[in-house]
Write a protein of this length. Sequence first.
Length: 428
Amino acid sequence: MSEKVNLSYCGNEYQLPVIKGSENELGIDISKFRAESKMITLDTGFGNTGSCQSSITFLNGEEGILRYRGYPIEQLSESASFEEVSFLLLKGELPNKEELQRFKKLIGEYNSIPEGLIESIKTFPKDAHPMGVLSSCLSMMPAYYPEYIKKTDLCDEEMVQNIAQIMGQMKSILSTFYRHSKGEANVSSDSSLGFAADFLHMLLSKDGKDVPEEVSKAFDTLLVLHADHEQNCSASAVRVVGSSKVNLFATVSAGVNALWGPIHGGANQAVLEMLEAIQQDGGDYEKYILKAKDKNDPFRLMGFGHRVYKKFDPRARIIKKACDTILEKLGVEDPLLDIAKGLEKVALEDPYFVDRQLYPNVDFYSGIIYRALGIPTNMFTCMFALGRAPGWMAQWQEMRRDPSFKISRPRQIYTGRKARNFVDIESR
Ligand code: CMC
């Protein structure tokens, strides 16, 4: 017999089924609660609301655990390529050699974007924020692929094709805009290089010379670390928007816009700008710790804190280590890294941060690596988006394949004026 939670209100008893996950996570199924009780549940910011059951990513914030399809992030970031991880997220299992080859080939088929889109990208101001350009271009894509507007229910094969297309074409959108912003000619894709190296080739190669192999390897690891993070703000945006059965381009565009915000993925750019500001201000990071603690100051320590992780962010641990290794390999000495480490040390011992369980998150050290790799600051969040896209699309695919699929439509508690009669403008 299934377990139930008992709830009583005004003499009425309600029995709510308990849902157990494969890692023994517990939830209460309230889907029929309103029909029975006329009451909704209220949870601002969805801090304690499960929006779906998902078999993609497991996250335990109390223990600092992150796994994609059961595989620990530590092992995947060490041993798997971004394409392998994307396949894993989408299909549920790691690919064998042939499957990986086929998947890479499929992404490689979308190694360019329509000429009209290239022309549109060139009309953007050179200093436009690339996240806005990326989301706009994704929204423009159905103009070139109208079949995806007409066909709202895709079969499994069409879904994977559409996903591979978006993964491949995001590289072209970003590199085309970046080259335009620099007044440089486009560089064509070379899909034989692999996803990460090809993107850096399109973005940064100069006079036919590519970035060193260790740079593309480090970038590949960053993409793996960002590939999915269950029901975060942008993934939820993707699920909500995609639940209207709008096409996948528009759905991913919504994810990009959600990610752009400075307290979500935009934090990686904000961290770097914060570290630069501290450096320009003489490097006194303790002053910024005081600012972050001051409730009358809106300043927050960017790259610190997480809704779910309460001990540490496993991605941040991996990135901090990678940061030291990569800077050493490239022979880069970045004073911002010293400031970041100083900030972290002070914050980890300060009762304000300790009591609130605020630790460095994925965005704290990633910007220093991007900077060492030669990626411009305003492109940082686009790197996050490129890495997160397969996760978003795996979430979308899972939702669309779910037999209990329905449009997302939360409720509210209305707190406005009670009914009143319209007043003519002359009488107001
Ligand atoms: N600096 C100073 N104080 C902070 C910070 C911070 N970075 N983060 C949270 N707090 C304080 C906050 O003021 C509150 O204090 P009090 O209880 O006294 O009112 C307490 O900690 C809880 O904060 P919250 O805003 O209720 O927590 P949340 O779970 O709603 O927000 C967060 C999580 C990530 C939005 C927040 O920690 C934050 O704004 N961090 C800085 C931005 C950032 O690094 N974002 C990237 C997140 S990880 C990657 C991603 O999602 O893309």
